[in-house]
Design a protein around this ligand. Structure first.
Ligand code: SF4
Length: 650
């Protein structure tokens, strides 16, 4: 047995520190335990994170594959990379956008950065995104619009300080177990836990109060709560006047409380209780129940509005989106997707020029907009106008809605799939590039509260498997050899490139080095020196102290043009597909307690709408997507049973 190396759990974005070691051929993949020195978790772990790290499920890809005669057959790396490179070079002759690249929140910062540099700076394609968009785009847009910057203002240090915890459209007891432990402890000690969710989730079962809106009406409920805050005089006028803008316009756009409450299927009394929760020091957490909606950004902004209106933005309070994938934030900061590294804007020609200079590529090669997102890229593939698509650590067939459409789209292109395990997408690939997984890879990740920490390799991958950065380097070397200057990419050097590009930006990583991470294990950005790290994002407590205590005008500084946080004015516009006699059920999604990763994580729950059944808000059925089956509540289904038909999930 070798010494234990510090690493980070990659099963969710809580970002717990582990100590791991190789098992030298033992029954476990690696052996891990919580790292008592890690500032994120101080040794705490969850069973699922440990179990899935030491015993990952799935059929391992152990050698490159190439499609011949309709089937995937083993090949060697030289043939696989050579084939991929030739197809990419041919495709790029027709135009930069003729190659699509789809990344993932499961990559290290280094791999995400290298892939983005190759996609944008090497290929020059606009058709580049990562699956993080599918879960976090709404929250990111909401933060950007409200604060001018994408990052949750709170950190884990705020959790024990909060008096009220409002969890909206999320099930952290299952999805973020260690963070939920802290939330539950805080609520149990001297606080309150309120859950807003149509589903009777495991988290909701623990709540002091469970509010159940109709599926798809979260924005109506959030706006009703906001209206109640305004009507009841609970607005923090001092904070609003000094540090925000758009308050009057927001108030002018609010619905009548009774109407919005009825739309949400929640009583006016319940709305008043929810509004009153913001009288205390309140943290509002939200997840996919808010984000994955056609009005997700509007709902997230309304939750932020509730915090702004009540001044719930200081320590122990604030709007905290719960990130799912372990390195979703790292992708946003490093990967050149919706912004250049360090949140440098695509709209700013100076930023584009700075990136072109740093990468030593022609300015004209870099796209001048971020291009379509993940869903629209799949649509472009389906229209048969993208010759090559390269997926890295993502499984769009299982992760996106309408699997049939996704399969057809991927069938229209030359598909290159880079992954560690077999998946639905791998089965469609023309070339498969087998990648190392956690425990075999070197790099860094960022958790949901902006902490950067190391991912390390405790064991060698199988002989014919390579780390992500090695595969990206090999493709780059054949297609654009000058981009990295070498086929062999070094994770620390890649991280140093990111550090340099983020220097002076709102996501400054320049003060974080591998050496510092070896000593401190995790460092929160922004960090511009070898000793500093980001505290409360938009609040400067030192300014208070300089003024002799008490909040001053200088205490808050947002990254908007005015330096003020912005209110919003979105209104609920109805669900896109309301129930009718033919389709009498409304579907919503949840998460299985026994698994994190696709294809075993997604569960579909049915709720009967108030207009078609007597048990409004009760979960009546669920579908496990890996083993199609329905669990139905007899009472709820009785009213619609005659119209239920069996259908095969494609
Ligand atoms: S809470 Fe998340 S990061 Fe922590 S051990 Fe569990 S799965 Fe891993």
């Amino acid at each position: 047995m070798t010494d234990r190396k510090p690493t980070t759990c990659m099963r969710c974005a809580v970002g717990c520190g582990y100590r791991q070691r190789d098992t030298d051929g033992g029954p476990k993949f690696v052996d891990v335990r919580g790292d008592n020195d890690h500032p994120t978790n101080r040794g705490q772990t969850c069973n699922r994170g440990v179990r899935e790290t030491v015993d990952p499920t799935g059929e391992r890809l152990t050698e490159p594959l190439i499609r011949r005669g309709g089937t995937l057959q083993p090949t060697d790396w030289d043939t696989a990379i050579g084939t991929v490179a030739v197809r990419i070079i041919e495709a790029l002759r027709k135009g930069n956008d003729n190659v699509a690249v789809l990344g993932s929140g499961q990559q290290t910062n280094e791999a995400a950065y290298a892939l983005g540099k190759l996609a944008r700076g090497g290929f020059g394609t606009r058709h580049y995104d990562a699956n993080t968009t599918l879960c976090m785009a709404s929250a990111v847009q909401a933060y950007m619009q409200a604060f001018g910057s994408d990052a949750p203002p709170p950190t884990y240090e705020d959790v024990p300080e909060a008096q009220t915890h409002v969890i909206w459209g999320a099930n952290p007891k299952i999805a973020h177990p260690v963070l939920y432990r802290w939330i539950a402890e805080s609520a149990a000690a001297d606080g309150e836990l309120i859950v807003v969710d149509p589903v009777e989730s495991e988290t909701a079962a623990d709540a002091d109060r469970h509010v159940r809106p109709e599926p798809g009406t979260d924005l109506a409920l959030a706006r009703a709560v906001l209206a109640q805050v305004v009507d009841s005089g609970a607005v923090n006028r001092r904070f609003v006047e000094r540090h925000t803008e758009g308050f009057e316009a927001m108030v002018g756009s609010l619905p009548a409380i009774e109407v919005a409450a009825e739309t949400a299927g929640v009583s006016v009394d319940r709305v008043a209780e929810l509004a009153a929760a913001f009288d205390a020091q309140t943290l509002v957490y939200w997840g996919m129940g808010v984000n994955q909606s056609v009005q997700g950004t509007g709902t997230a902004r309304s939750l932020i509005d509730c915090c702004l209106a009540t001044g719930n933005l200081g320590p122990g309070s604030g709007p905290f989106s719960l990130t799912g994938q372990a390195n979703s934030m790292g992708n946003r900061v490093c990967a050149s997707k919706s912004s250049w590294p360090g949140y440098r804007s695509f709209d700013d020609p100076a930023h584009r020029k700075a990136i072109a200079n740093a990468w030593d590529v022609p300015l004209s090669r870099l796209p001048d907009d971020s291009g379509p997102g993940f869903v629209r890229i799949i649509d472009a593939l389906a229209r048969d106008n993208v010759d090559v698509c390269w997926t890295v650590a993502t499984n769009p067939v299982a992760g996106m809605p309408d699997a049939g459409h996704v399969r057809n789209a991927l069938g229209e292109t030359f598909l290159v799939t880079q992954d560690a395990f077999r998946s639905d997408t791998v089965e469609l690939a023309d070339v498969v590039l087998p990648a190392a997984t956690w425990g075999e890879s070197e790099g860094t990740v960022m958790n949901m509260e902006r902490r950067v920490s190391r991912v390390t390799a405790a064991r060698e991958p199988p002989a014919s498997v390579r780390q992500d950065v090695d595969i990206i380097g090999a493709v780059s070397h054949r297609v654009v050899p000058a981009l990295f200057g070498s086929e062999r990419l070094d994770p620390e050097s890649l991280f140093d490139e990111v550090r340099a590009l983020t220097r002076g930006t709102t996501a400054d990583l320049s003060g974080i080095t591998y050496g510092r991470l070896a000593d401190e294990l995790a460092v929160r950005w922004p960090s511009s020196t070898a000793t500093d790290q980001g505290g409360y994002r938009y609040f400067d407590g030192e300014a208070d102290e300089a003024e002799g205590g008490g909040e001053t005008d200088d205490s808050w500084s947002f990254h908007t043009d005015s330096g003020r946080a912005r209110f919003s004015d979105a209104s609920h516009e109805g669900v896109p597909e309301p129930i009718d006699e033919t389709y009498p059920l409304t579907l919503t999604t949840g998460r299985r307690p026994d698994a994190f990763e696709l294809p075993t994580t997604e569960v579909v729950g049915f709720s009967v709408d108030s207009r078609s059944g007597p048990i409004r808000g009760r979960r009546i059925a669920s579908v496990h997507v890996q083993h199609p089956a329905v669990q139905a509540h007899a009472q709820g289904c009785a009213s619609v049973a005659s119209s239920l038909v069996a259908t095969e999930i494609p």
